[in-house]
Design a protein around this ligand. Sequence first.
Ligand code: SF4
Length: 152
Amino acid sequence: MACKRTVAFSRNAVNLFFHLLTRCNLDCRHCYINPDQHGTATLPLATVRRWLEAFQPRSRETNLVLLGGEPTLHRDLAHIIRLAREMRFGSLTVDTNGYLFHDILARVTPAEVDYFSFSLDGPTAEINDPLQPQLPPLLHQPGSTRHANPAV
Ligand code: SF4
């Protein structure tokens, strides 16, 4: 089986980072999204569609990264993913903190999402835990590092 690269970006790629909402279930100390400054709003589906149309790839492949806040808190995320696929974005990534709300894994297929991206705040629980005191259930394994941080 061919091995896919974990990051689809290449040297001359066009990458679109789309914040679907600023709301998040976590409150990481290092997060650059500050609810006082950025609010906790969620873009309605119609607005998301218009922005995707505005950036729809016309010639070069465009990698789309959907993020927040926590993108899986958006109730229409599965719909948005399908829209993006129809618009022929290149790779499609969802940057999540690992909670995976609204049964997102059951609502999309591997053909629709190239990557669910989880980044780590540090190599050990001792480093991670003070930064992010809540534990995503998906990543809750004894001895594991925890928390995905799309903002870093
Ligand atoms: S999970 Fe990401 S968006 Fe949410 S508070 Fe942490 S760094 Fe910010």
